[in-house]
Design a protein around this ligand. Structure first.
Ligand code: SF4
Ligand code: SF4
Length: 307
């Protein structure tokens, strides 16, 4: 049986630091060397890896959330469902039919399973979608939360189930899986970090960047994951010296620095990832060089081998 692919999670405490830029370009570099690559977009409120890859979202599957629907004719008003509902999502007044409070319902289905009168029927609503597409020879799984919905955890759970299906499918035989998370240090991010073997927080040399790096660093350490930091826009002036002193005091390992470079902005505008193969005559800019160095360091760090 093939070895399991190495899983790298690219994350960051703060939005806009360049997580997606890093995740997409790492996927491109692995793909360019002929490695079978799976990219996972777990930023369910703002999934935009496909935009950086210059592709479109296509085929999708709905992510469904269970809602209890009580059949009033069958219900004996016993209250067993409400007594056992951990988040107290069923309001039961003696001798009356319970009323579901959907805002606190976890969708666990316990009430449906234990109702002695089989009076609870499953009802489902769509809370988001998982897309399963291929762009530039990279397989891409994207979790997207339906606008106005709050059940992002359900979308992440469905996304991770798809990741498991793909990496356990012997026919797929992935060499590497790269996960892009949402910003922040909340439970969706935790779920995705938990899935990874290695974690790369991406930050920038600003006060906000430092404060959010400290938060995400705490979460990664609690999960006992091996991690190294990438500093994006590393040549930004202003707070740079204090920032790098703090990083040293915190004893954080730096995987690489990506300097400010117009070529990065141009790649966004063109919808062509920075690290997509260059032609021989094209000039190599500082961000491109930084990515090449980071890529080689990652392969050494994770002891990367083809499956
Ligand atoms: S357990 Fe079933 S029968 Fe009893 S109150 Fe709940 S829905 Fe009604
Ligand atoms: S699905 Fe779970 S949380 Fe929701 S009402 Fe039923 S028992 Fe309570």
């Amino acid at each position: 049986m093939a070895n399991k692919p190495k899983i790298i999670c690219v994350t960051g405490g703060k939005g806009g630091t360049g997580k997606t830029l890093v995740a997409v370009n790492l996927a491109i570099m692995f793909k360019n060397e002929g490695f079978k690559t799976l990219l996972v977009d777990g930023d369910s409120e703002n999934p935009n890896t496909y935009l950086l890859l210059g592709g479109k979202l296509g085929k999708r599957e709905s992510v469904l959330f269970f809602k209890p629907l009580i059949n009033e004719e069958k219900c004996t008003k016993c209250g067993i469902c409400a007594d056992n509902c951990v988040p107290h999502a069923l309001l039961h007044i003696k001798d009356s039919i319970p009323i579901p409070i959907l805002a606190v319902c976890s969708g666990c289905k316990l009430c449906f399973k234990i109702c002695p009168a089989v009076a609870i029927e499953p009802d489902y609503k769509t809370v988001g979608w998982v897309y399963n597409i291929t762009i530039r020879d990279i397989d891409l799984l994207v979790g997207e939360l339906k606008p106005g919905e709050a059940r992002s955890a359900t979308v992440i759970e469905a996304l991770l189930a798809k990741v498991d299906n793909k990496i356990n499918n012997i026919g797929e035989k992935y060499d590497i899986v790269i996960i892009d998370t949402a910003p922040g240090a909340h439970c969706d991010v935790e779920e995705l970090i938990e899935k990874a073997d290695y974690v790369i927080p991406v930050t920038e040399p600003t006060k906000f960047g430092l404060s959010d790096l400290i938060r995400i660093n705490e979460l990664i350490s609690l999960l006992h994951k091996d991690f190294k930091v990438i500093i994006n826009r590393s040549t930004l002036l202003g707070y740079k010296n204090q920032f790098f002193n703090e990083i040293k005091n915190l004893k954080l390992e730096i995987l690489g620095n990506i300097p400010l470079d117009d070529e990065v902005v141009n790649s966004y505008c063109a919808g062509v990832p920075l690290m997509e193969n260059k032609k021989a005559h094209e000039e190599i800019g500082p961000a491109y060089q930084a990515f090449l160095k980071i890529y080689e360091t990652i392969k050494e760090w994770i002891k990367f081998e083809k499956n």
